[in-house]
Design a protein around this ligand. Sequence first.
Ligand code: 6GU
Length: 287
Amino acid sequence: SEGAPSNTFGRSYATADWLLTQTAVRPLVGIVCGSGLGGLADLLKDQVAFNYRDIPNFPQSTVHGHAGRLVFGTLKGRPCVCMQGRFHLYEGYPIQKITLPMRIFKLMGVETVILTNAAGGLNQDYKVGDIMIIKDHLNMPGFAGNNPLAGPNDERFGVRFPCMSDAYDRELQQLAVDVGTELGYRDFLREGVYCVLGGPSFETIAECRMLHKLGADAVGMSTVHEVIVARHCGMRVFALSLITNQAVMDYDSEEKANHEEVLQTGKQRAEQLERLVSTMVTRIEYN
Ligand code: 6GU
């Protein structure tokens, strides 16, 4: 029957229901923390946290050697839920499994999703440590048919052919510029296009050059799938990339992309990125 292969409505509903019986928090904002950026969850007050392995239907995190956590709590009184650790295509999950948490967010009442990630800089003006407000994306796996909405459409979530030209909420982008300016972040705050690849191998030099020519400012392995599913079911979306390294663009370079550099830069800028997001949360308007 319709929706049968994955029945994500039934599973999302059961999980949302289970979570809401375990916590009094009714989250309006859902946050997804990127690599090295999980400290955001620690800012939540009156926390109720769940290991992913204890949540029915939740995928398990494999990437950093420790279990991911879903953390409920409040940021200056605003009810939030925060994913500390996310799921990636390169871990081998079916793409619908990666994005299931977005549908669970929706069914718990979340209106706004904020996503962060670590990314490589393709724009030659970008420096390591820059924070990029994502204004648009290039979905490379999607070009090859790997889209989380492929398969039967469940109208309870959204339409068959969702619009993506308004995926990244303009008001939230402006709010980020305003808050970033107030916090004194202007020198390292950027706005650009994020390109997602499947990973886990980093890009070749030729691939970086190609992506740059195609209009990408930063490249990574996450976020876009979650954005598509979040927009499909009508949540507002805001996303940030922390530029953790410069993608290698020429053959004379001695640079090599590596995960340690990604995590190291995350540590240096994480606090500022967390302050930007938490300040934004306290100013978002709710319906
Ligand atoms: Cl250079 N590439 C990709 N695909 N993901 C990244 C990255 C680069 N830096 C951080 N994440």
